[in-house]
Design a protein around this ligand. Structure first.
Ligand code: ATP
Length: 218
């Protein structure tokens, strides 16, 4: 099974990396691919260039052999949709290989409003990362989908290329890239919120110099 974790990663931080590792270990994935988005559909443009976000990801994951960076979205022209990314992975990896798309509980809450959600679920399993003890289902339509597609076991996911939804409990760390960019914009250190090689890259290259503060999520 291969895991897929998409995001802006502007920059990557421990709030991404620890839950990703817990999914890798909890589901015993062969590999987990971090896929930086070029043009996020629903949000403002990243501050750091695609090349810089790629370099920071590479620096962050260098010590974990099953973590990989996959640059396919940065290489593709136009907008980034999860559906297109999964279709291109599926074409490359074959029809049978189980793919697990990792999504946060918040992203999953909006899943039915994504571009082509049903087709996404044909192409891959959804692994919903959630805090221990929290339920991520609120919407009756999503409840109904989970009633049909929900699964509790890795073995069930491993038997099919896609189509299942599994809740994976992960440690959630209250860090956001927005907060890190804000610290940098006000001359404060982001140390201990992200891997040291990423912090060093930012300090060395000045990649966030002149970057706007951005709005903090509520
Ligand atoms: P920004 O602050 O710029 O919006 P971010 O820190 O939320 O960025 P993204 O690159 O947008 O990071 O996130 C990629 C994915 O990682 C998303 O699915 C998001 O839900 C998830 N994620 C981000 N931060 C955390 C966190 N602290 N804990 C768990 N999941 C996270």
């Amino acid at each position: 099974m291969i895991g897929i974790f998409g995001g802006t990663f502007d920059p990557v931080h421990f709030g991404h990396l620890r839950p990703a590792l817990e999914c890798l270990q909890g589901l015993d994935l062969e590999q987990l691919r971090f896929i930086p988005l070029k043009v996020p559909v629903h949000r403002p443009q990243p501050c750091a260039s695609p090349a810089a976000r790629l370099a920071m990801l590479e620096a962050a994951i260098a010590d974990e052999p099953r973590f990989m960076v996959d640059a396919r979205e940065l290489e593709r022209p136009g907008r980034s949709y999860s559906y297109d990314t999964l279709a291109s992975l599926r074409a490359e990896l074959g029809a049978q290989r189980p793919l697990c798309l990792l999504v946060g509980a918040d992203a999953f809450a909006a899943f039915l409003r994504w571009h082509r959600p049903q087709e996404i679920l044909e192409l891959a399993h959804l692994v919903v990362m959630r805090r221990p003890g929290h339920r991520a289902l609120v919407d009756p339509e999503l409840e109904a989908l989970y009633a049909r597609r929900g699964s509790d076991t890795r073995a069930e996911l491993a038997r099919a290329p896609g189509g299942r939804i599994l809740f994976q409990e992960v440690t959630q760390i209250d860090i956001s890239a927005t907060r890190i960019r804000r610290l940098l914009a006000t001359g404060q250190s982001p140390r201990y919120l992200l891997p040291e090689p990423v912090r060093a890259y930012i300090a060395r290259t000045g990649v966030y110099d002149g970057c706007g503060m951005g709005e903090l999520p509520a």
